[in-house]
Design a protein around this ligand. Sequence first.
Ligand code: SAH
Length: 396
Amino acid sequence: MNADQKIIRLKRGKEESLLRRHPWVFSGAIASMPDDLEEGDTVTVVDSEGNVMGTGHFQIGSIAVRILEFDSSELPEDFFYHRLESAMELRRQLGLIREDNNCYRLVHGEGDFLPGLIVDIYGDTAVMQAHSAGMHFARRAIADALTRLSGAGIRNVYYKSETTLPYKAALDPENEYLIGSFDGNLALENGLQFNIDWLKGQKTGFFVDQRENRALLEKFAKGKRVLNMFCYTGGFSVYAMRGGAVSVDSVDSSSKATMLTDANMELNFPGDTRHKTFDTDAFKFLAEMEKDAYDLIILDPPAFAKRRSAIANGLKGYRRLNTKAFEKIRSGGILFTFSCSQAITREMFRMAVFSAAVKAGRKVRILHQLSQPADHPIDIAHPEGEYLKGLVLEVE
Ligand code: SAH
């Protein structure tokens, strides 16, 4: 171990989760740490007897260390490059890098053994988000490594962490190009074109995580009157159009979102009158719309429960939303319903949807149980990485 390596010692017995390869050390597990430890420092974690558990980023807060490398007191040479290369290799294996598909998630935090880091790729631009101070300090090394990845063709790296870093850290991150500059924002997903607004849009600009679920929706869309609630960039709507829907209505309470949807529709289906956008609240729209007006409804709301304390209210929200959709959907209709709340488990969500069906008096069958796609992998040691749940339902 280097003489200047900073060491965190755990309380007795508190190394257990690390032995199971869960990458977080909670502050309550710590017996001692150096006085001069600063947020974002790279630290080595040892058990109560001094055995090395791993090395990671230190953070002030409940998650005190995010382990980057287990069983080692240092990060290997060119650590980020090698981790990114293996993330890239997985995406290659998954067949996500193709002429007709150049947007995908390259780094999904813990799921790619890079806790605190998210990277989405849109053509030749990587959009990077740091969720920890350590990743913020490493941002230039990460950006440099991204452009060195063979075959990835990444020329621009946009850093977007103004809203993702812990605000108490006072890092004042600026959203900026670390490498390159804006050179277009058109990305292809399964042959469909999307304008990605990473400068002003939510998250990295696009919800890459719904790609497979959108592709499934396309297969259900033929001849249907489709309602896409919480449309944001209109992803589901564009796929429904390609799938042969007779009409597609897209709803979002943000006018920026409906403008993005209109623009993406125009890119793929210029002048097609089957599509309309509605700039209004989803609950209001559902309450006011006519019964039997739609054959296929998509409900993909923002996370209703961002943390555990919000679970009960979140579940109420899902129940209320799904009840409204069940009350209105045409008999024999199909409902795609989602929760992206990490704190709400698959079972809880299914129960909420079940009680909505009971309340609306509809008989419902589960056709598909959906999840996040393989470019959002879940480290089995870190079940917290699972967040997206969905059900495809047939409503009698
Ligand atoms: N389905 C989208 C992602 C949805 S993100 C996709 O595939 O890309 C959630 C969206 O819900 C955001 O665009 C947000 O503006 C919208 N939203 C939040 N609250 C809303 C409400 N009460 N009514 C309508 N839209 C809402």
